[in-house]
Design a binder for this molecule. Structure first.
Ligand code: ADP
Ligand code: MG
Length: 293
């Protein structure tokens, strides 16, 4: 589903002395079928923005269009029920939202709620639990008997089992160990690639993930969108990012350092180990030392 925000403004505690304008009237279009990462300093408005994409928050002014739905300040909740079927959010620490007696019933709950029979819902739940790396032995256990990482995978299986078109992820790997982070990102990426109409919006502080998986990056700062573009475009502005309190991927840092110290006119866009090695070799070749490496 295409996303289009028009003069999107959001104020927390509107018309009170505590009013806080978290989104300051920006425009953005995000086409369907993309993997988009939203980056920005804490408090820049990322979570506020993405909660508009399935109508959890409604604009204070302006509009957000998601697929066929247009959300405004006065949009009725009942108009948004159907949208939630297609646009699902995985919040930070989704394991806090588990509440059923067994792992299986937790994951089957959403699909039943959206109209599947119990049998169909359980079939789908099992499928996504296995995909998320949860062994069938655990299906009848209480989710609270699982480890933190397993609980999170159960919660994510529950969202994937809804079969959304738009999957919205708010720092989904926060707090996981490095291996768990990679596994989880691969799970999302495989899901994304399975069907071309699927889209992902990922809010992340992990610049490596943003660079590696995204078709496009949206940079937010102080309640507005500061930049939108391919990873190499956004991460080529290391100075601007730094000024906003953000870092660039380690690979970009390394290449920027080489470029600065050597004065060599070279690209700093490399987001995988292979790309980084290629760039370094290219650098060495230019410097005439490649025979020795
Ligand atoms: P991010 O996800 O980028 O860290 P948020 O969207 O959570 O940013 O927050 C944007 C701004 O809105 C921040 O200044 C934050 O303090 C404020 N804010 C967020 N949630 C609330 C809330 N429930 N009540 C009041 N202010 C809030
Ligand atoms: Mg946030």
């Amino acid at each position: 589903m295409q996303i289009k925000a028009d003069n999107l403004t959001y104020k927390y505690m509107k018309n009170t002395p505590f009013e806080k304008e978290a989104l300051k009237g920006f425009n953005i279009t995000i086409p369907e079928g993309r993997f988009t990462s939203v980056i920005g300093h804490t408090g820049s408005g990322k979570s506020t923005f993405i909660q508009h994409l399935n109508g959890l928050l409604k604009p204070s002014s302006g509009t957000v269009a998601v697929g066929d739905w247009t959300i405004r300040a006065d949009t009725k909740q009942k108009h948004l029920y159907e949208l939630r079927r297609h646009a699902s959010i995985v919040f930070q620490f989704p394991e806090h939202q588990l509440f059923h007696e067994t792992v299986l019933s937790d994951v089957a709950y959403g699909p039943v709620n959206f109209g599947l029979s119990k049998l169909e819902a359980e079939k789908r739940a099992k499928e996504y639990l296995e995909l998320a790396g949860i062994h069938p032995d655990m299906f009848d256990r209480s989710p609270f008997d699982l480890s933190g990482g397993q609980m999170r995978r159960v919660a994510i299986a529950g969202v994937l089992a809804l079969n959304p078109k738009l999957l919205i992820l708010d720092e989904p790997t926060a707090g996981l160990d490095p291996e768990g982070q990679v596994k989880m990102m691969e799970l999302f990426y495989d899901w994304f690639q399975e069907k071309k109409e699927r889209s992902i919006i990922l809010v992340t502080h992990q610049m490596e993930d943003a660079a590696r998986y995204s078709d496009e990056i949206v940079l937010m700062d102080k309640g507005t969108v500061k930049d939108q573009g391919r990873p190499h475009q956004v991460f080529s502005k290391a100075g601007e990012l730094k000024a906003m309190g953000l870092s660039v991927p380690e690979s970009v840092k390394l290449l920027s350092m080489l470029r600065e110290q050597s004065g060599e006119d070279m690209s700093t866009a490399a987001f995988t180990l292979e790309e980084t090695v290629d760039q370094v070799l290219e650098f060495l070749r230019k410097r005439g030392v490649s025979d020795r490496v």
